[in-house]
Design a protein around this ligand. Structure first.
Ligand code: GUN
Length: 280
């Protein structure tokens, strides 16, 4: 039976640490400001953006909110990003994804100044991560490393399997586990004999975007299982990419959905914003 890795508790600890450091800056009349841009009104994005703004308020940051209509021209969004790049009072810029299909996500992400790219999506930050130089690290994989470390789970020398190869989670996750001296395998939709690979994992990170995709058959006895997915079923109940009830008895530790990886993403965003302000 698995230990539950409590992302809510660990994220609260990180936000508390950020809040305390912010208080020190505030005493020196310094502010930290995150600009959050949402284009359109996708309901899930609205929830995420709302939670990010609430977290800013909690730790003592200012947040600037830009809610642009769905039909905003790409050039208008790019102009806003450039304007925020120039503003001395703005420490972090976050453009909530996904963007409407007429806008190139890549063009917008690459327009953000790498020094204000608190999501860690800019190609310069991605490159820095892969060569082991300091830069902004994407919040979800950075949060997973914190979850593992603060739960006392050893990464060094262990078999780490990441299922999913997105630029936001899978690839940076693999780079971070490698940096921690894990032996890392990335699996994806073309991987042959997926269960054979995932069953090697001491640490299994799942970011496939398919509800309850990973069942006990994919998991070695005693593995640590990290679930990045979040889905809502017909009964409005949340579940992850991992079939929790089936995997729980086999794993040694597992993240729940909700209350596992999700809250860590926001905590690491706060941590990245603070770092941006400190480096200014
Ligand atoms: N959409 C889903 N996750 C994220 C994230 O971490 N950052 C941004 N900007 N958009 C997202």
């Amino acid at each position: 039976m698995a230990a539950i890795i409590d992302g809510k508790k660990i994220s609260a600890e990180i936000k508390e640490e950020v809040k305390q450091k912010m208080a020190v800056l505030a005493a020196k009349n310094k502010t930290v400001t995150l600009a959050v841009i949402q284009v359109g009104n996708d309901p899930a994005s609205s929830v995420y953006v709302g939670n990010k703004k609430k977290a800013c308020e909690y730790v003592g940051f200012c947040s600037l909110s830009y809610e642009l209509p769905e039909n905003t021209p790409q050039e208008e969004l790019l102009s806003l990003v450039r304007e925020l790049n120039e503003r001395k009072d703005v420490d972090g810029i976050l453009v909530q994804l996904p963007l409407p299909s007429h806008i190139s996500e890549d063009k917008v992400i690459q327009a953000i100044s790498p020094d204000k790219d608190v999501d860690g999506f800019h190609i310069q930050n991605a490159g820095r991560l892969f060569v082991g130089e300091s830069g902004f690290v994407p919040c979800t994989p950075a949060g997973i490393i914190e979850l593992l470390k603060r739960s006392g789970i050893e990464i060094c020398g262990r078999e780490c399997v990441v299922v999913g190869r997105s630029n936001i989670v899978g690839k940076p996750m693999a780079a971070l586990l490698l940096q921690e001296n894990g032996t890392v395998t990335i699996c994806h939709s073309r991987t042959k004999n997926l269960t054979e690979v995932t069953k090697r994992a001491d640490i299994l990170v799942v970011a496939v975007g398919k509800p309850k995709f990973i069942t006990a058959d994919y998991v070695k006895e005693g593995a640590v299982v990290i679930d990045v997915g979040i889905h809502r079923n017909a009964q409005n109940k949340l579940c992850g990419d991992v079939d929790f009830d089936s995997v729980f008895p086999r794993a040694s530790a597992i993240t729940p959905v909700p209350g596992g990886v999700g809250p860590m993403t926001i905590a690491m965003l706060m941590s990245n914003c603070l770092r941006s302000a400190e480096q200014k």
